[in-house]
Design a protein around this ligand. Structure first.
Ligand code: NAD
Ligand code: ZN
Length: 350
């Protein structure tokens, strides 16, 4: 399989990394993993490294609640104590939490050292590890602190997915569905038959998803326009995710689970505002409903979710800007939506 710029797939990924290690003469390699990827993925990854350069492993606790500046401080100290210098390489081996946090740590340690992403969740493969956004949460505010900085390489290998829990796999699929909806009807149609997939088909779908994300971020690296379309389903999705995280009585939702709800809501808003075809809206709701368990929200909760949208970084001048669709693969930016319509969207979803 081919590469997409600095994203390499399958075995070519490991050989590209080994070539880089030969070329660059790093002083030390630091592999950042969380407790799960240390256990499940490191044993698959280490044998692929052909190098004499000393390797140290730094482990962080797993989970979004550890994607914060305190964990960064621990990793900065660990790097310092283990003798990391400006010629060190950091390899982020994990899901989006590790690649986001590790990319930020690498970008700031000694004003920046080289880093490579080896995503081990489907979500990190198709989304988080590509595009250069790195960072951490500030309390319950997602990704509030960070920088844009690209890894030297991204190595995608679906072998790592063998140990990934099913709900995490589905969470990643939400972003793949999103890529189809915003950019490619043919990709969306391929995703409709996901249930009878073989691993080979999955490899192809991952590749195409990365291709879509990469094309978007390349055309608009600083998020002036096109890149904002990747935020489809995220305006409400992020607010739902934060709301569930903040409320002990609610079960926390995975990123993709929240985004799947956000996409159904956004498609309903698209029907109302932009004449998005109604039959496609029904199809989207049905398909996502097959993968993601229905969640229910009271009127009071919807009100709180709406107020959380104010914190979305994508807002400007106090307006909440939605990405909606005129049709599949025809996104429209900066759509203003009145609250009353958001309540109706939730009613439609539930
Ligand atoms: P995650 O990193 O928390 O991983 C999910 C869980 O799976 C964790 O418990 C992890 O330890 C475990 N895990 C990872 N790989 C495994 C494997 N191969 N086998 C067994 N267990 C494994 O979550 P995620 O869904 O990968 O990423 C979510 C994060 O990504 C969020 O913080 C989100 O903000 C971020 N994100 C960033 C971007 C970006 O552009 N930078 C885009 C989308 C999402
Ligand atoms: Zn997302």
């Amino acid at each position: 399989m081919k590469n997409i710029e600095s994203v390499y797939f399958n075995e070519i990924g490991f050989s590209s990394l080994n070539n880089l290690l030969q070329e660059k003469k790093y002083s030390k390699i630091f592999i950042l993993a969380d407790e799960n990827t240390n256990r499940c993925c490191l044993p698959l990854f280490l044998p692929e490294l052909a190098t004499e350069i000393p390797i140290e492993v730094i482990e962080i606790e797993a989970g979004e609640e550890f994607k914060n500046i305190e964990t960064c401080t621990q990793v900065w100290y660990a790097l310092s104590e283990l003798g990391a210098d400006r010629k060190s390489l950091i390899i982020n081996l994990g899901g989006g939490v590790v690649t986001d946090l590790g990319g930020f740590v690498a970008s700031t340690y000694m004003r920046g050292v080289d880093f490579v992403n080896v995503p081990t969740t489907l979500l990190a493969m198709v989304d988080a590890s590509v595009g250069g956004k790195t960072g951490v949460d500030l309390g319950t505010l997602k990704n509030q602190i960070g920088v844009i900085n690209n890894p030297l390489l991204v190595i995608i290998n679906s072998r790592f997915l063998a140990t990934l829990p099913a709900e995490q796999l589905r969470s990643g699929m939400a972003e793949m569905f999103k890529h189809g909806l915003i950019q490619s009807e043919s990709y969306w149609n391929k995703m409709l038959n996901l249930s009878d997939l073989t691993l080979n088909d999955l490899d192809d779908l991952i590749y195409e998803s990365v291709l879509i994300k990469n094309r978007v971020v390349k055309q608009d690296p600083t998020e002036k326009g096109l890149r904002k379309t990747l935020n489809f389903g995220h305006t409400l999705g992020h607010a739902i995710e934060s709301y569930c995280l903040q409320n002990a009585e609610r079960q926390t939702l995975l990123h993709g689970e929240a985004i799947a709800i956000g996409m159904v809501l956004a498609v309903f808003l698209s029907v109302e505002k932009l004449d998005f075809p109604e039959e496609k809206c029904v199809e989207i709701k049905d398909i996502l409903g097959q993968y993601f368990e229905k969640q229910y929200f009271t009127e009071n909760e919807i009100e709180q979710i709406i107020s959380l949208m104010k914190f979305d970084k994508k807002n400007s001048h106090g307006n909440i800007n939605f990405v909606l669709l005129e049709d599949i693969a025809k996104p429209k930016l900066d759509c203003l939506i009145e609250n009353e319509l958001i309540y109706r969207a939730f009613n439609y979803y539930m």
